[in-house]
Write a protein of this length. Sequence first.
Length: 148
Amino acid sequence: MIALIPQARAAATAVRIAQNAERALLATRRAAVALGERGVPILRRVTETLRGLRRVRQETETLPLNQQQTANLQRFETKLPNDAGSIQIERLQNGNVVFKADVPARNVPQSFARYEKVIDKDGNTLKFTKTTFAGDGKIVHIKTKFER
């Protein structure tokens, strides 16, 4: 129980940071709307960032992560394509954490890519892969983007 207190504190801090960032982005969104046509690109970027912050905040509220792991989760989210699904977080027996997100294919029905990132307890990335699945669920390709 005592070991979880720092993790819970780190997760709570991450949630507060995300909430403050969300408030700032909402103010930016209001300013972009006031700009009219010139604010459309800004509005698009702010909306994508807000979507990501809400997803990261939701995930950090459900699974206690330390500050380094939370920062790595936020980096993972920013690297995902815009149409990515929600991020699944899995804690392994050895203390490592796995982040997974599925992204539907644009041109092949029922196929998708799964982005998977394994990080250690210190928040360092151990492995980052993209696995492409065919419509029938078979693996088409595995690309290792990073491996330590």
